[in-house]
Design a protein. Structure first.
Length: 342
């Protein structure tokens, strides 16, 4: 039997020194992700079990404070966003450009790998992205979940004129919405159980918002079609709830795509024949690859304003309060940001 015995503690550790091709970063902003909260509360996600003390945090930005041997792309003082997964660079997935599928990827705050919720952290220089002066460190941290949204839209083939359904309006659904808008979607409709999250989606530019008040996925799909005036070309599932995935299948236009971002039960009952006979492609999403540059460009150009997602700020010393706020959603919390250098 697994018994979660989670404790949170502040610990003094030696300041890490950068290895070859690494930079040392004075960490500034760290967003709390649902997975951080899940590891904290439950001590595991699927087969990834926290068996030893682990530093959380993978949505981070900071200022370069030292260079390891061989680093020429960055200098001390550069403000950077940190892409948290560093792959092996050698396997067929890495060489084929799908490095998110690298079996040897080292990803921050996925056990047993420590994350970046700390004052100093060392990372591969080529997975750090220099921020232009007008892009804030908070926005730098938001590039991580935005990269998930960008990748989800790419996997779904969102393009100019697409009609898009986003199921679930948490941070990932909202950033998928913003990505789809930036990629030229014509109409975007969102769903959620929570009216506060739907209101946020409407403020961010969703054209329609549907509150899920029935467990009948075919009824939800009918409401989506009625609101849009057609079935969506692309559906991006960002809740992981089985009824929502079912809605995604029924709602998507024949020949369209349903992208599975949300993580729910390992196995679920789905109307798979409905998808098959209407050639609705069901596509998985595992984090992202090659999406930081576009996510940064979207922010730097002003095409995407993700700042309204940040609802709460805490200093590092108040990390426990920050996690509690994120866990409970108190005060309408969406993205909670921790500041490590205040
Ligand atoms: P979140 O829990 O904040 O948001 C999920 C939202 O879905 C909530 O607002 C909730 O009210 C809503 N929801 C729940 N049941 C619903 C239903 N039946 N219909 C519609 N909406 C419903 O989580 P998040 O941080 O936005 O992440 C979303 C999901 O994406 C999580 O499952 C997370 O694990 C997953 N995720 C996956 C990847 C990946 O690589 N595939 C990356 C990041 C996050
Ligand atoms: O930002 C990366 C990220 N990935 C998430 C969730 C939250 N944030 N994923 C869902 C969980 N999986 S996993 O494979 N795993 C625990 C490693 O089940 C990774 C992607
Ligand atoms: Zn995450």
């Amino acid at each position: 039997m697994f018994i979660a015995r989670t404790v949170c503690r502040e610990e003094e550790t030696p300041i890490p020194q950068p290895g070859r091709n690494e930079v040392q970063i004075r960490v500034q902003s760290v967003g709390i992700c649902g997975s951080d909260v899940h590891y904290f509360v439950h001590g595991k996600i699927g087969r990834f079990v926290v068996n030893a003390p682990m530093i959380l945090g993978h949505e981070s930005s900071g200022v370069v404070s030292a260079l390891g041997d061989g680093v020429t792309s960055l200098k001390v003082g550069d403000r950077v966003a940190i892409e948290p997964g560093v792959p092996c660079r050698m396997c067929s997935f890495c060489k084929g450009g799908r490095y998110n599928l690298c079996p040897d990827i080292v990803f921050c705050a996925t056990p047993p790998v420590d994350g970046s919720l700390r004052r100093f952290y060392c990372h591969a220089a080529d997975f750090c992205y220099k921020l232009p002066d007008h892009v804030t460190l908070d926005e730098g941290a938001l590039l991580e979940p935005l990269a998930v949204g960008v990748y989800a839209c790419r996997r779904g083939g969102v393009q100019l004129g697409s009609n898009v359904l986003v199921l679930g309006s948490g941070p990932i659904g909202l950033l998928s919405l913003l990505s789809a808008k930036a990629m030229g979607a014509a109409q975007i409709i969102v769903t959620d159980l929570d009216q506060g999250r739907l209101d946020m989606a409407l403020n961010l530019g969703a054209h329609h918002a549907l509150r899920v008040d029935t467990r009948d996925p075919e009824e939800m799909a009918r409401r989506v079609e009625e609101a849009l005036g057609c079935k969506p070309d692309v559906s991006v599932e960002c809740s992981g709830a089985a009824p929502s995935v079912q809605t995604g299948i029924y709602a998507t236009k024949s020949g369209g795509a349903l992208v599975l971002v949300g993580r729910g039960p390992y196995s679920m009952d789905l109307p798979i024949v409905n998808a098959a006979v209407r050639e609705v492609d069901i596509r998985g999403v595992f984090r992202y690859a090659n999406c930081y540059p576009l996510a940064l460009e979207m922010i730097a150009s002003g095409k995407v304003d993700a700042k309204p997602l940040i609802t709460h700020h805490f200093p590092l010393e108040k990390t426990l309060d920050a996690f509690e706020t994120s866990r409970t959603g108190a005060g309408g919390a969406i993205k909670v940001m921790i500041h490590c250098d205040q």
